[in-house]
Design a protein around this ligand. Structure first.
Ligand code: 8YV
Length: 327
């Protein structure tokens, strides 16, 4: 008998077609974000779920869906999944690393540049019809080339951003991470390890690429922002909640740092109202991985994981492979 799976959000037809060759697929053509109650109801009788960062798989959901064997996230970050609870229940969880690294790094770099060079603010000014003359200090910002690139979190995406800064823009690169990179990896991306305080003090452009966890919650708050230079910028392409958005808004309003570029927000898709009213912040709706090629690759990888997990294959990117070993 064919297994039943839920594809929790609208995805590409090619991906649904591939899944339908193996499973009875319930999709979500409307692309509604299900409440927890709805998600539990939709998961009844399902052996697998294709999910995105918007679907939270916690202990309560798992307890209510005993037939679930695999949850395949179309995202590299997996803070929407309680991994320990999955493992305890023998549910395989997977994510989509690697396929989005370069695309996300491109976006992080672009957001940092847009922030430093005041692209959004000046574009809004132009659209409002306020551009009447050239002036010597109109929208003057700060340089990228030669400036100190400070990276908080030095995983795959952090290293790809460091490489861009080092090789493309001649930036001295410093980083802080829970663990230090091997010397050859540091040399490859031209990065020097420093303490978190030094990172914040020396940063011309701080880029945050940490995974979200209880430990990284509010890693950047009022005290950390107070260490930064008033000319510095902050860019976050990681997860909402790593930065205390209220503290950031206050620092931006008081010009304790120059500007911020944010692709992720605490409680998104809601955005802190203070950020919305500030001129010196570039805001984008969590699109760092959003290119046609990369979103297709992410969806395909999530589907590969789901197919393998439920048909006795080897899922390419498991998060808790011990579950498979125990089957
Ligand atoms: C996704 C992301 O677009 O992969 C991640 O961790 O944040 C993004 O690439 C988003 O999470 C949707 O699943």
């Amino acid at each position: 008998m064919r297994k039943h799976v839920l594809v929790a959000r609208r995805v590409f037809d090619s991906v649904t077609t591939r899944l339908a060759a193996h499973f009875e697929v319930e999709g979500n053509a409307e692309d509604r974000v299900f409440s927890k109650v709805e998600l539990i109801a939709k998961l009844q009788g399902k052996a697998g779920a294709f999910i995105t960062g918007s679907e939270r798989i916690d202990a309560e959901v798992l307890a209510a869906c005993p037939e679930l064997r695999a949850v395949c996230n179309m995202a590299v970050g997996y803070n929407n999944i309680d991994l320990a609870a999955c493992t305890a229940r023998g549910v395989l969880a997977t994510n989509t690393p690697d396929v989005l690294t370069e695309t996300t790094a491109d976006f992080g770099f672009a957001l940092m540049m847009a922030t430093a060079r005041r692209m959004a603010e000046s574009e809004h000014f132009l659209r409002r019809g306020e551009w009447t003359k050239w002036s010597v200090d109109m929208f003057i910002g700060s340089d990228i080339h030669g400036a100190t690139l400070a990276i908080l979190g030095m995983g795959r995406i952090g290293r790809a951003i460091a490489r861009r800064g080092h090789l493309g823009f001649g930036m001295p690169v410093i980083y802080h991470n829970r663990s230090r990179l091997a010397p050859e990896l540091e040399a490859e991306v031209g990065a020097r390890y420093v303490s978190k305080d030094e990172l914040l003090k020396q940063a011309d452009h701080l880029v945050i690429v940490l995974p979200y966890s209880a430990e990284s919650h509010h890693s950047i708050g009022a005290a950390e922002l107070a260490l930064m230079k008033p000319e510095a910028t902050l860019t976050n392409v990681a997860r909402g909640g790593i930065v205390d958005d209220a503290a950031l808004a206050e620092a931006l309003r008081e010009r304790r740092i120059a500007a911020a570029g944010l692709d992720v927000f605490e409680g998104e898709p809601r955005v802190h109202p203070d950020l919305l009213s500030l001129p010196n912040v570039v805001l984008t709706p969590h699109i760092a991985s959003a290119t046609v090629k990369t979103r297709l690759a992410m969806a395909d990888l999530a589907a590969d994981n789901l197919i393998a997990a439920l048909t006795g294959g080897v899922p390419p990117t498991p998060l808790n492979p011990e579950v498979l070993a125990a089957r």
